[in-house]
Every structure is written in structure tokens, then in C-alpha cells.
Ligand binder design. Structure first.
Ligand code: GN1
Ligand code: MG
Length: 545
């Protein structure tokens, strides 16, 4: 077929470094940018096949999120705006690793296995972050699409969640919104302004929010959106990319892992602040108290705030819809305890990685999902959306119920249900705080985090660790879980687990306990157990100071 000749010819312009193997991981392919040109071209091919197979528009996002600026990456977005289905992750890995001569054979195998009709039309949308390498890499994706005669539309510089949103809009005949950045800004800002009308007495001071843009795409897009918000939110942008390096000493990942504010931000006492990550799909909040002590409000605190707000509105509306919160093993134990015992919502725990949380959240009327690191959103079932809309326009409903239903309706419109979205989450949090008349300190005081610590251990092969129970227990190597259990026993309110990372060549250790000193001790001892029992390499882990 002429198309395959074209693939052979063009793939020579995107040569694969011999012997290089990569794997489609938790969030697509990620590695140093100069190893990715062939992967991009091939993902253009695969997205075209996926589009033919699903008869829908597919997205390809070029980004390496919170990784350093020199890295890059790519991920595929399925028709409803969600991460590509696992079977196709395997195809992605096979295609990326095929040596030049074998590329067409691998492609043909996929076509045969999936019974793809090559005469189907295909449509692929692309987007990229602000990394210097992203422009060329996204051109390689487009080259792949055109080889298989797919139709493409390049959105250029967009946040990852904006591209997810475009895909969802494109495949729902505009029901979800208009597939342009303008459409995105208009939909979200309209919902935000409607919601803040329920908090009429806000002062300018309360409307003020300091945003750390991680020197990335989120900063650019926040600037574009500002005018739409009509001063209902007064954003002061820091780390906007005009001078600093992407993610360097700033951004959501830095703030969460280091448990300290980003550089380059001028925080006044009890001033509300937030940080986006490099592709603006994660957000964390924080403030310094009047004594100058730093307080972090992470994904768990965000999930708690949002689910409390939704539950109250549902009660007020008299709607019988179940709210559940989906977390991972990294959720702070205090948050889980609060959600289950005080708020009495269903809490479930999944493996790390947004696709797992998203999938679990789809099982409920309203599923709030957040990773502790600030990646998350809320999913409303069709039934939930319909019930809310009916009540909002029911002429016989009481004013109180109608008001609650209208608030819920605008809340649905403000949320990006395709994926976690820093901008949309930020607007939702700001609206909730405004409507409930809550300060950042009051939000923080809902529960107190247990002191916690995350560490990394280098081992020869991290696959020797196999886990179960949503990654909370290690099944192999023999003896490791027993050691962890024995160590945890020695501390109060303690918990610890280890798992191989899906994005880095390390084993991650997580621990929590009653005091920072204790948890640092526990985390260190667990690291030693991993080092000794799971083939540690390099120096033995040292105690934390
Ligand atoms: C502890 C942690 O934060 N892990 C992150 C990290 O995964 P690992 O598999 O732990 O490397 O990157 C993922 C993709 O961005 C993100 O979903 C996840 O939450
Ligand atoms: Mg990200």
C-alpha cells in the first residue's frame, strides 16, 4: 500500500537510535528530549490508527509535565478525553521500540489485530508545552499523522487539560463545549462568575490569589484567561516563564515534595498561594502563617474541601446522589480518616496513576478523585447531571432547593471532567472558599496532616518489588513486607509502604507517623530494608538529618 511506502520513507527522517528501548509508562513516554523524535513520529502513526479504530478524534500531547526542561514526553488521549486504553499502551511500546526495518510489520500487526479499516477517515489533534524541544517534536507527530493520510489540527501551545478538553468537545458534537481555547475560557469563566455571585461581599483582598506558574504553559494560559474573569479573581502571577527555567525550584511538584514555597514568590502572611506544575494538570495550595510557618494544602485537602461542598449542596437540594472520594496509598491517613469517619463518604484506594483513579471515580454518581500531589477532578455520572438539571428548572421546587441545584449546575460547568486541570481546579477552589466564606486557614484546619516523608531508593531492578492491595503491601521480595510491618509496629499512628515508580528508575518509600522525627526515622529504616532485601545499588541510604 502506498501509505506504508510513505511510512518507510518518512520514518528514515525520524530514525530510532539503535538499541534504545522505552516504555509507555504511568503518563506516556518520558525521557531526555533528544531521544524522542522517532517516538513522536510513531505516536502520530498510532494516534491515526486509534482514530480510525474508534471513529473519533484522538489527542497527542507533547509534554514532560514536572520533569526538568531537557526532558520531554508524549501521551495519547482517547475519545472521551481520558488516557488511552491499556491495550494500546502496549502497542505504543511495541511501535516505539521497533527497529527501523520492522516498523511497517509492527504497524500491520496492530492493524490486523484490531481489524482496522484503513479507508476510514482519521482525525488527530495535537498540543505542546513550552519546552524548547516541544515544537520540533510535535512536528514529528504531525508527520506521522500525514503519512497515514489522517486529518490533523495543531492547537500549538496549550495546557495538557486544555487538549483533553478539546478532544472531549470534538467527540461530543460540541455538547461539552466549543473545542477552542476561547471556548474553554468562556465556559469556565462564565461558570466561575455565576458561582461568585453567591458571594457578593468579597473584598479585593479576598479575591487576590498568588499563582506560581512553574515557568510553564499554565502561566501563559492564565494570562490569556485573566480578561475573561472580570476581576472576580485577582491573580498575581509569579514564575511566569519570562526569566526562570521550567519547574526549576518552583511548581507544584517541587512544593509538594520539598514541603516548602517555590522560589521567586513574594508571600505575605496568610496570603493564599498556589502552584501549577509544568503542564498545568496539577495544583497545590499553601500559605505562611503569621509566625512564618509554611502550610501545604495538597490534593487530599482539595478533595476534602470539594467533597464537603458538594455533599452540603446535595443535602440542600434534597438530591439523593452518592459522593465518593478516590485516593491512592499516598493519601495522608488523616484525610482518609476524616472523609470516612466525619464526613461519612465512601473512600476507595487505587493504584498510583490518574487512569486508575479516573476509572474508579466513574463508578459513582459523583466521584471526586485526587492524588496527594494535586492531580485530580470530579466526575458526574449522566444520571447525576440530569437530576441536577431537572431540579434547577423545576417550577415546583423550593427556592432553597433551586438555588442549590443552580450552584451544582455551575459547579459541573466549571469542572474539567476530561482530566485533572490546575486552572479549573483553582477556579473551583476559589469559588468554594468564596461561597462558604472560608479563609485558607479555616480550610487548612479541617484536619491536620500526619507528618509524612517520601524517599527514593536505587535498586538494580525495581521490578523485583511486586505489590498488592492498591500498592500498600509488597508481595516480593520475600521478607520485605514482614520487615516493614515490624518497623511500623514500633511507631504510633504509623504506616509505610514501598512500590516501584512508574516514571523513574527508583523504588519509592512512603511513611507517616505521629511526629516528623519519628516518621523520618521510620522512612529511613524502611529504605534500608528495601536496600538490603531488594538489591540496593550505590551507597546505603543515610538517616535524614
Ligand atoms: C508519588 C507520586 O507523586 N507519583 C506520581 C508519579 O508516578 P510514579 O509511578 O510514582 O513515578 O508520576 C505520575 C505521573 O505524573 C503521577 O500520577 C504519580 O502520582
Ligand atoms: Mg503534569
Amino acid at each position: 500500500m502506498a501509505q506504508f511506502e510513505e511510512v518507510s520513507k518518512k520514518s528514515a527522517l525520524h530514525p530510532k537510535p539503535k538499541g534504545l528501548t522505552l516504555q509507555y509508562g504511568t503518563a506516556g513516554f518520558r525521557t531526555t528530549a533528544n531521544h524522542l523524535d522517532h517516538v513522536m513520529f510513531r505516536m502520530g502513526l498510532l494516534a491515526t490508527l486509534r482514530s480510525k479504530k474508534t471513529k473519533s478524534t484522538i489527542g497527542v500531547m507533547v509534554t514532560a509535565s514536572h520533569n526538568p526542561e531537557e526532558d520531554n514526553g508524549v501521551k495519547l488521549i482517547d475519545p472521551m478525553g481520558e488516557m488511552v486504553t491499556p491495550a494500546w499502551e502496549d502497542y505504543a511500546t511495541q511501535l516505539a521500540n521497533a527497529e527501523q526495518e520492522a516498523l511497517c510489520t509492527v504497524l500491520k500487526d496492530i492493524i490486523e489485530k484490531e481489524a482496522i479499516d484503513m479507508s476510514e477517515a482519521a482525525s488527530v489533534v495535537t498540543g505542546r508545552d513550552t519546552r524548547p524541544s516541544s515544537e520540533n517534536l510535535s512536528r514529528a507527530v504531525l508527520d506521522g499523522v500525514s503519512c497515514l493520510e489522517g486529518h490533523s489540527l495543531d492547537f500549538g501551545l496549550v495546557t495538557t487539560p486544555q487538549l483533553h478538553y478539546m478532544v472531549l468537545c470534538s467527540n461530543t458534537n460540541g455538547c461539552y463545549g466549543t473545542a477552542t481555547t476561547q471556548g474553554y475560557y468562556e465556559k469556565l469563566s462564565k461558570a466561575f462568575i455565576e458561582l461568585t455571585k453567591n458571594a457578593p461581599k468579597r473584598t479585593d483582598d479576598q479575591k487576590r490569589l498568588l499563582v506560581d506558574g512553574a515557568n510553564g504553559i499554565g502561566a501563559l494560559k492564565m494570562r490569556e484567561m485573566e480578561a475573561f474573569l472580570k476581576s472576580e479573581l485577582q491573580v498575581e502571577l509569579f514564575n511566569d516563564g519570562s526569566s526562570g527555567r521550567l519547574n526549576y525550584l518552583c511548581g507544584a511538584d517541587y512544593v509538594k515534595v520539598q514541603q516548602k514555597p517555590p522560589q521567586g514568590m513574594h508571600m505575605g502572611p496568610v496570603q493564599r498561594c498556589c502552584s501549577f506544575d509544568g503542564d498545568a494538570d496539577r495544583i497545590v495550595y499553601y500559605y505562611n502563617d503569621s509566625a512564618g510557618r509554611f502550610h501545604l494544602l495538597d490534593g487530599d485537602k482539595i478533595a476534602t474541601l470539594i467533597s464537603t461542598y458538594l455533599k452540603e449542596l446535595l443535602t440542600q437540594a434534597g438530591l439523593n446522589l452518592q459522593v465518593a472520594v478516590v485516593q491512592t496509598a499516598y493519601a495522608n491517613g488523616s484525610s482518609t480518616q476524616y472523609l470516612e469517619n466525619v464526613m461519612k463518604v465512601t473512600v476507595c484506594c487505587t493504584k498510583t496513576g490518574v487512569k486508575h483513579l479516573h476509572h474508579a471515580a466513574q463508578e459513582f454518581d459523583i466521584g471526586v478523585y485526587f492524588e496527594a500531589n494535586g492531580h485530580g477532578t470530579v466526575l458526574f455520572s449522566k444520571k447525576a447531571e440530569e437530576k441536577i438539571q431537572q431540579l434547577a428548572k423545576d417550577p415546583n421546587a423550593s427556592d432553597e432547593k433551586k438555588l442549590a441545584a443552580k450552584l451544582l449546575e455551575n459547579t459541573v460547568n466549571l469542572i474539567n471532567q476530561a482530566t485533572g486541570d490546575a486552572i479549573s481546579d483553582m477556579l473551583l477552589i476559589e469559588a468554594v472558599l468564596a461561597i462558604r466564606g472560608m479563609t485558607v486557614q479555616e480550610w487548612d484546619a479541617i484536619y491536620t496532616d500526619l507528618p509524612n516523608r517520601q524517599l527514593k531508593v536505587k535498586v538494580a531492578d525495581r521490578r523485583v518489588i511486586d505489590t498488592t492491595d492498591a500498592e500498600r503491601r509488597a508481595v516480593t521480595p520475600a521478607g520485605l513486607q514482614d520487615s516493614i510491618d515490624a518497623l511500623v509496629q514500633k511507631y504510633k499512628q504509623a504506616r509505610a509502604f514501598v512500590r516501584p515508580s512508574g516514571t523513574e528508575d527508583v523504588v519509592r518509600v512512603y511513611a507517616e507517623a505521629d511526629t516528623q522525627e519519628n516518621v523520618d526515622g521510620l522512612a529511613h529504616q524502611v529504605s534500608l530494608a528495601v536496600y538490603r532485601l531488594a538489591g540496593g545499588v550505590g551507597e546505603e541510604p543515610k538517616p535524614l538529618k
